[in-house]
Design a protein around this ligand. Structure first.
Ligand code: NAP
Ligand code: HSE
Length: 428
C-alpha cells in the first residue's frame, strides 16, 4: 500500500517533487511510515499532456480535476497552479471530498485562507502551506512550533526572492531592470504575473500569513501598505551607499501598544544589519522576541528544489499523521482578536529625497517645515541636481506614520520643491 497524491499543476515547483521522492525516497518513506505515490497529475490540456510525456514524465496526466477529486484512493491533493481561481474552487472541492491539502499559493491563502482553514477544520483535514512564505525556509512551522513559548514583537523579512535577485544584479553587477527580471523568470523565481514580485504584492501576501503565525492576528491584505522596488532610483541607491546603508524590499510586521501593523517597502538597512547581506534569491526572516531576543532564518526564497522541498515536507507530515492516526491538527493554532495599530504608534526613521531651488534659505525652509511637524533631522546631505536645482536628502529621527502623512502632504503642496522619494530607514 502507499499514500496516493494528486498534483494540481506541473510547473516549476510541482515538477521538483519527483526529484525528492526519487533521490530521498528511503528517508521520506521512513518519516512518512508509508510509500508516497504521485497517482495523478492535473494539466491544462492534451497538448500539455503530450508535451510532458514526450519530455519523459511517466505520470498519469489528467485534464479534468474531477478525475482526482472523485478518486477515493487519493488522500492528499497538492495545489501548485497558483493564482486565486480555479485554485480556490479546486481546494474547496478537495476538502469537501475529504482530501488533505498542501499548497504554496500565498495569493490564495492571504486573501481566502480563513475560509479554507475553517473548512479543513470542520472536516478534520490537514491544510498545510509551508512553502507559501519564503520558499525553502521552514519559517511557518518554526513560528508555530519552535517559537510557541516565545512572544514575537517584530518580524522583519526579505520576503521576495525575485525582487531581491533583481536588486542584487542591478546594484552589484549593473544589470538593467529588464535583464534582471527576465533572468528571474528564466530561473523559475518569478510569479506568473511578476508585477506581484516587483510591486511588493507577493511580499505583502507573505506578511499577512506571517502576522497569523507570529502574532496570532489576521491582518487583511488590504491593510498591508505595500510599495515595490520599481520606485527606487540609482540616486537613492548611491546615497544609501554613501550614508552606510543598503536598500532592500523589507516586510515589517510589529505589535505596538495599540495593535499590529504590517507593511512592505524599500528600506534603508544599516550595512551591519544581518538582513543587509541577504542577496540574490536568498530570503531571510529576522524575528525579534522576548525570549530568544533576535534570531534570523535564512535560505532560498524561491526556485524549484527549495520550494518543492517545503511542499514535500508538508506531504510527508500529513502522511505521517495519517499513519499515526493524528491527522487534522491545524497548521497554526495561535489566534487572538486582531487589533490594528494606530498610525501614531508606528514609528520609524525615514529618508526623504527632495529637489529644491539651488538658492540660499532652502534648507532653512525644510527645517521649519519638518520642525512644525515635530520631526527632527538625523542626517542631511545636499547635492547639485542641475544648474538651478539642488537635491536634499534627509534622514530623520524616529517619527510616526501620522507625522509621515502630514509632512508628505505639506511637501507635495509646495510648488518649487519636489518630493522624489520617501523610504523607511531601519534604526534604533
Ligand atoms: P508555474 O511554473 O507557473 O506552474 C504552475 C502550473 O500550473 C503551470 O504549468 C500552469 O500552466 C498550471 N496550471 C495553471 N492553471 C491550471 C489549471 N487550471 N489546470 C491545470 N494546470 C494549471 O508556477 P510555480 O512557480 O510552480 O508556482 C506554483 C505555486 O507555488 C504558486 O502558487 C506560487 O506562488 C508558489 N510558489 C512558487 C515559488 C517559486 O519559486 N516558483 C516559490 C514559493 C511558492 P500554464 O503555464 O499553462 O498556465
Ligand atoms: N515569486 C516568489 C519570489 C516565489 O520571488 O519570492 C516565492 O514565493
Amino acid at each position: 500500500m502507499s499514500i496516493k497524491i494528486g498534483l494540481l499543476g506541473f510547473g516549476t515547483v510541482a515538477s521538483g517533487i519527483p526529484f525528492l521522492l526519487q533521490e530521498n525516497g528511503q528517508k521520506i518513506e521512513e518519516a512518512a511510515k508509508d510509500k508516497l505515490e504521485i497517482a495523478k497529475v492535473l494539466v491544462k490540456d492534451d497538448a500539455e499532456k503530450e508535451r510532458l510525456v514526450a519530455a519523459g514524465h511517466a505520470y498519469n496526466f489528467v485534464t479534468d480535476v474531477d478525475a482526482i477529486l472523485s478518486d477515493d484512493d487519493i488522500q492528499i491533493v497538492v495545489e501548485l497552479m497558483g493564482r486565486i481561481e480555479p485554485a480556490k474552487t479546486f481546494i474547496t472541492k478537495a476538502l469537501e471530498a475529504g482530501k488533505h491539502v498542501v499548497s504554496a499559493n500565498k495569493d490564495l491563502i492571504a486573501t481566502h485562507g480563513k475560509e479554507l482553514i475553517a473548512l479543513a477544520q470542520e472536516k478534520g483535514l490537514a491544510f498545510y502551506y509551508e512553502a507559501a512564505v519564503a520558499g525553502g525556509i521552514p519559517i511557518l512551522r518554526t513560528l508555530a512550533n519552535s517559537l510557541t513559548s516565545d512572544k514575537v514583537t517584530r518580524i522583519l523579512g526579505v520576503l521576495n526572492g525575485t525582487s531581491n535577485f533583481m536588486m542584487t544584479k542591478m546594484v552589484d553587477e549593473g544589470w538593467t531592470y529588464d535583464a534582471a527580471l527576465a533572468e528571474a523568470q528564466r530561473l523559475g523565481y518569478a510569479e506568473s504575473d511578476p508585477t506581484n514580485d516587483v510591486e511588493g504584492i507577493d511580499a505583502a501576501y507573505k506578511a499577512v500569513i506571517l502576522s497569523q503565525f507570529g502574532f496570532g492576528m489576521t491582518i487583511d491584505f488590504e491593510q498591508v501598505d505595500h510599495q515595490g522596488i520599481s520606485t527606487i532610483t540609482p540616486d537613492d541607491v548611491a546615497v544609501a551607499q554613501e550614508l552606510g546603508y543598503v536598500i532592500k524590499l523589507v516586510g515589517d510586521i510589529r505589535e505596538t501598544a495599540t495593535g499590529i501593523s504590517a507593511e512592505v517597502s524599500p528600506t534603508f538597512l544599516p550595512k551591519d544589519h544581518p538582513l543587509a547581506s541577504v542577496n540574490d534569491v536568498m530570503n531571510a526572516v529576522f524575528v525579534e522576541s522576548i525570549g530568544i531576543g533576535e534570531s534570523m532564518y535564512y535560505g532560498p526564497g524561491a526556485g524549484q528544489k527549495p520550494t518543492a522541498t517545503s511542499v514535500t515536507a508538508d506531504i510527508v507530515r500529513i502522511a505521517r499523521r495519517l499513519s499515526d492516526n493524528t491527522v487534522g491538527k491545524p497548521f497554526n493554532e495561535f489566534s487572538r482578536e486582531t487589533r490594528l495599530a494606530d498610525a501614531s504608534d508606528v514609528k520609524s526613521h525615514y529618508y526623504f529625497a527632495i529637489t529644491t531651488p539651488d538658492e540660499k534659505g532652502q534648507l532653512l525652509r525644510l527645517a521649519e517645515l519638518f520642525n512644525a511637524e515635530d520631526i527632527s533631522f538625523e542626517q542631511v546631505l545636499q547635492q547639485k541636481a542641475s544648474d538651478n536645482q539642488a537635491r536634499v536628502v534627509i534622514i530623520t529621527h524616529s517619527m510616526s506614520k501620522t507625522q509621515l502623512a502630514h509632512i508628505t502632504d505639506k511637501l507635495s503642496a509646495i510648488s518649487d520643491m519636489t518630493l522624489l522619494n520617501t523610504f523607511k530607514v531601519l534604526g534604533e
